[in-house]
Design a protein around this ligand. Structure first.
Ligand code: HEM
Length: 443
């Protein structure tokens, strides 16, 4: 039986590989400038390399005829790396072949964790995924979404007020993390009182994501994260019980009273969904906002273009930030039946094998994006896969994330047009997300 120390629990976890595969030799005579001698995407060391070296490795992988397998294919310990746009889209949109169960992160959540905390929809396949997603989507009524838009604007204004007043140094803690957190709590109907404790718990749950610890190959401390998660679920289940008795106009009330196919969310499912929203909606948006401010700072010509027509260009800018930064690097799928990638005659993926969908690499695919490394906020079309490659698991919060980023940057640049980052962001190396720990800023 697994112990807490052997497991990870949520949306955010990733290739924790003590049994690193043989590195793949990618040295190419045509690639002298960024020669990558050996690449192992499963090795945490790869994710500590400078960004240009990682980008060069992915560019090289994209030039290969088929997906490279990292690990020992004979024993199935490893995965095929899907690095091209077309392959990521195919895997996302063929859910009968590319399963999300038992988990899209590596290692998959242990069975006892799933039993205790409830499966979150990101790790489920039909029919359970469709059923949960229907309940949740039904709760996102136009009325609720209309109110959320107002909330997003109100919270953005309050945050910029605070920036002007207190002149904080770190954009991440003062603005980028605060906005999505307050928005999700307001949307769910979490009272003010437990919010600080919940934010602290979120931070503790995700504190060890990444490969920041250099002395150990283990990448996080799941035991501590699990305790925080358990506490969070208790708080939310309590609020759910109360709203069942006295419904209010919020998402928790809608979720515990909505009756779809004779079903509504149980306390455990509610807790799992709330945790998913927090981890999926806060971390991602926070990183997108931080990368966005940095990108606009180091590309002054793009910034000038944006400020010259904020209303006309902000939407495109926000999408380009998500393409360029790609807050979530990858998710896994498990192959259900033997499948030839790209059609008959394509590389064979065998039933039971894992594939990793590298969104960041797909978003730099030269076959789809001309000059893919350029940050170009006028890029049209921009079919990036930052929110997933389409299909049933496509990001539930994509619209909300766009709203948040647009509202915040509109408020910030309208009132403080000199706002810009200072120095380099402090990044947390990770194979799962492009996490920014802190980013100094001024205005
Ligand atoms: C810039 C911000 C965001 C990015 C880059 C992002 C990215 C993603 C990605 C890549 C997926 C997986 C898609 C797939 O497997 O096909 C996903 C799923 C999901 N996201 Fe987001 N996300 C963001 C913001 C949000 C927000 C604000 C929320 C919630 C309020 C949210 C909630 C979810 C949920 C619930 C899922 C799982 C959907 C399912 O399995 O059916 N995300 N997101």
């Amino acid at each position: 039986m697994e112990t807490p120390a052997d497991t990870t629990e949520s949306f955010a976890s990733f290739a924790d590989r003590a049994d690193a595969a043989e590195p793949v030799d990618l040295a190419g005579p045509t690639d002298a400038a960024h020669r990558v001698a050996a690449v192992d995407l499963a090795d945490p060391a790869f994710w500590r390399l400078p960004a240009p070296a990682r980008a060069a490795a992915f560019a090289e992988l994209r030039r290969r005829p088929g997906p490279v397998y990292f690990g020992d294919r004979a024993t199935g310990r490893g995965f095929h790396a899907l690095v091209r746009h077309a392959d990521v889209v195919e895997a996302s949109r063929t859910p009968a072949v590319f399963l999300s169960g038992p988990g899209v992160t590596t290692p998959a959540p242990a069975r006892w964790v799933r039993l205790l905390f409830g499966d979150s929809m990101v790790n489920l396949d039909d029919p359970r995924h469709a059923q949960l997603r229907r309940i949740v989507s039904r709760a996102f009524t136009p009325r609720l979404l209309g109110r959320v838009e107002e909330d997003v604007r109100r919270i953005s204004t309050a945050l910029v007020d605070r920036v002007e007043r207190d002149r904080p140094e770190d954009f991440v803690s003062a603005v980028a993390a605060e906005l999505p957190f307050q928005v999700i709590c307001t949307m769910m109907g979490i009272p003010e009182r437990p919010r600080r404790e919940i934010l602290d718990l979120v931070n503790r749950t995700s504190a060890d994501i990444g490969v920041a610890r250099t002395l150990s190959r283990r990448l996080r401390s799941p035991g501590r994260g699990l305790r925080a998660l358990a506490r969070m679920q208790v708080i939310v289940a309590g609020i759910g019980r109360e709203r069942r008795r006295r419904p209010a106009e919020d998402l928790i009330s809608a979720l515990v009273t909505a009756d779809v196919d004779g079903r509504r969310l149980t306390g455990r499912e509610l807790g799992a969904f709330f945790t998913l929203l927090l981890v999926a909606g806060v971390e991602t948006t926070r990183n997108a906002l931080a990368h966005g401010l940095y990108l606009l700072t180091v590309h002054p010509e793009q910034r000038a273009l944006l400020l010259a027509d904020l209303d006309g260009r902000l939407e495109g800018a926000v999408d380009e930030m998500v393409r360029h930064a790609t807050p979530i690097i990858q998710f896994h799928r498990t192959v259900a039946v033997d499948h030839e990638l790209g059609g008959p005659g394509g590389p064979l993926l065998r039933a039971g094998e894992k594939v990793a969908l590298y969104y960041g690499s797909a978003n730099r695919d030269e076959a789809v994006f001309p000059d893919p490394d350029a940050f170009d906020l006028t890029r049209t079309p921009n079919p990036h896969v930052g929110y997933g490659g389409g299909g049933p698991h496509y990001c539930l919060g994509a619209h909300l994330a766009r709203q948040e980023m647009t509202a915040l940057f509109r408020e910030l640049f309208t009132r403080l047009p000199e706002a810009r980052s200072v120095g380099e962001p402090e990044l947390v190396p990770s194979s799962f997300d492009h996490r920014v720990r802190s980013l100094r800023f001024t205005f």
